[in-house]
Design a protein around this ligand. Structure first.
Ligand code: ATP
Length: 220
């Protein structure tokens, strides 16, 4: 199947140090890819190169179609209400499906008239991801979407993502330290360590090859 996200010979250098070296990988359409690796492995750098937030020093990163990115701190406008955030998106993106977004948040119990500053961490994650999905991207890139969430909120966030994947062709690349949250939902694995690609491929095939997916440190 055609790759939606592909990097070839990707290298990124910040001043004197290389954050990524010679990475080549592709994520096929419709896959949910987990990007794992210890702190400083280069996960955020890879995602920033993928979505065009930084220019690679070497090689290239290509995305076919529309891409949506949710940064780790889930930036939203705190003084807006959730409904205002949704209407804001409509003005910026003509693929925007605000009604589906409002429905989804309603079902999750997020009040549309609530100020963003008053959302819980889990609700904030849901709003940020729902906003990203409302633009109907082909590729959804999420930097640590589960960070600082309790187990129930982590489960709900993964459910939101998987519901969209079940509904239409969407490719997802998400990074996490909580590998156990990803085992049941992700079907593609990318492991980085020290800026180098360790492993990339179909999780089932990798597990057949006896890769033990116990945590970023062990996986590296
Ligand atoms: P974490 O899990 O801690 O978020 P990560 O895997 O996302 O880490 P990156 O944030 O991509 O890793 O960082 C990779 C390397 O690049 C690290 O050594 C980091 O210190 C360095 N780095 C990241 N951003 C910059 C920057 N803007 N300037 C200089 N060095 C940077």
């Amino acid at each position: 199947m055609r790759p939606v996200f592909e990097v070839t010979g990707l290298g990124v250098r910040y001043r004197r140090s290389w954050a990524l070296r010679d990475c080549s990988l592709a994520v096929p359409a419709g896959r949910v890819a987990a990007l794992v690796g210890p702190n400083g492995a280069g996960k955020t750098t890879l995602m920033h190169a993928a979505v065009g937030l930084l220019r690679p020093t070497r090689g290239q990163a290509r995305v076919s179609g529309e891409v949506a990115f949710v940064a780790q701190d889930k930036p939203l406008y705190d003084s807006f209400t959730v409904a205002e955030m949704l209407s804001f998106g409509r003005r910026m993106n003509d693929r925007w499906d605000g009604e589906a977004a409002a429905d989804r948040l309603g079902r999750l119990g997020v009040a549309l008239d609530r100020k963003v500053s008053r959302l819980s961490g889990g609700q904030r994650a849901q709003v940020a991801i729902t906003m990203a999905l409302a633009g109907r991207p082909d590729l959804l890139v999420l930097d640590e979407p589960l960070a600082n969430l309790d187990p129930l909120a982590r489960h709900d966030v993964m459910r939101t993502i998987m519901a969209e994947v079940a509904n239409r062709e969407l490719t997802v690349l998400l990074s996490s330290h909580v590998v156990s949250d990803l085992e049941e939902t992700c079907d593609w694995l990318v492991v980085l360590n020290g800026g180098r690609l360790q492993v990339s491929g179909d999780i089932e095939e990798l597990l057949d090859g006896h890769l033990v997916l116990t945590g970023p440190e062990e996986a590296s």
